[in-house]
Design a protein around this ligand. Structure first.
Ligand SMILES: [Zn+2]
Length: 285
């Protein structure tokens, strides 16, 4: 889709006040005005003027025009060292989305957090939960490389089983109660129900996997007594904090990119992700 991007400002419009030519910027995958009530209340991805950065404003390109630049882009403190650029790019979506999922799930000190989904967003959710102080982080994963990166980012337990079998394994690890917080980063019927069933009464599910025909039975939701919050992540809300953490080298989300290709080989990048030869691909000019 091409909605994750970083770059250097080449021109600014008349009404842009926070950016100058030459700034290095990180953008959100949703264009947001920054001034409407929804933006000011912290939900810029659902801005009343929102435009998704995908086909219409694609950023798998040499240049892109970003409307509402003040409300969408955040500049870094200076020109980043090249090794920081992958992490800054991660902040543009997968990190910001994983961060939102952990936040929406109420991840915090002393808590047990589960992560359903071991793709880039799920792995970033692990990193975020660790940063937020979670004590125990249980990741559902069947891929050895992703399990290793999950552990590096702070996972304490890995469960290979899925669905109800996975939930049973998780319940065993949590004294039969389930988690305080669960991150859902897949978007299928199975993953959503797995997330709800893994969460203890009073706990919360942060769901960021784009829903593919998910239907939640009302009676099961009622008796689960869990909080649900999710949707397209308000990445712009978190960007200043995430850029700061990356700039101070406190987090290294860029490791999620395991394949780098030139822009003209973008199609090969999609094929590699589709065939699970890569978790996440970085395209360069
Ligand atoms: Zn707005």
């Amino acid at each position: 889709m091409g909605h994750e991007y970083v770059g250097v400002v080449e021109e600014v419009g008349d009404e842009v006040s926070t950016l100058e030519v030459g700034d290095f910027v990180v953008g959100s995958f949703v264009i947001s005005c920054g001034t409407c009530e929804i933006c000011r209340e912290g939900h810029p991805s659902r801005c009343v003027r929102a435009i998704f950065v995908d086909g219409q404003i694609g950023t798998q390109a040499e240049k892109a025009r970003i409307p509402f630049a003040d409300g969408t882009l955040v500049k870094t403190p200076g020109m980043p060292d090249p090794d920081l650029i992958p992490s800054l790019l991660a902040a543009s979506d997968v990190l910001g989305t994983g961060w939102f999922a952990a936040d929406a799930a109420g991840a915090g000190p002393g808590q047990t957090v589960a992560v359903v989904g071991d793709g880039a967003v799920g792995l970033m959710g692990v990193l975020a939960a660790r940063q937020m102080g979670a004590e125990r982080i249980i990741v559902f994963s069947r891929h050895p490389e992703r399990q290793a990166l999950a552990r590096e980012y702070g996972a304490t337990d890995i469960i290979e089983a899925r669905g109800d079998e996975g939930v049973a394994a998780l319940k065993e690890l949590t004294g039969g109660l389930g988690t305080h917080s669960t991150i859902e980063a897949v978007g299928t019927q199975e993953s959503m129900m797995q997330a709800i069933r893994a969460t203890r009464p009073g706990g919360a599910v942060g769901f960021v996997g784009v829903s593919h025909d998910v239907q939640i039975p009302g009676d099961e939701l009622f008796f689960s007594a869990v909080h649900l919050h999710g949707g397209p992540a308000p990445v712009r809300r978190y960007l200043p904090e995430l850029i700061d953490l990356i700039w101070r080298r406190e987090i290294d989300p860029g490791k999620v990119f395991d394949l780098t290709l030139p822009l003209e080989d973008a199609a090969e990048g999609y094929a590699a992700m589709d065939e699970r030869r890569a978790t996440k691909v970085l395209l360069t000019l």
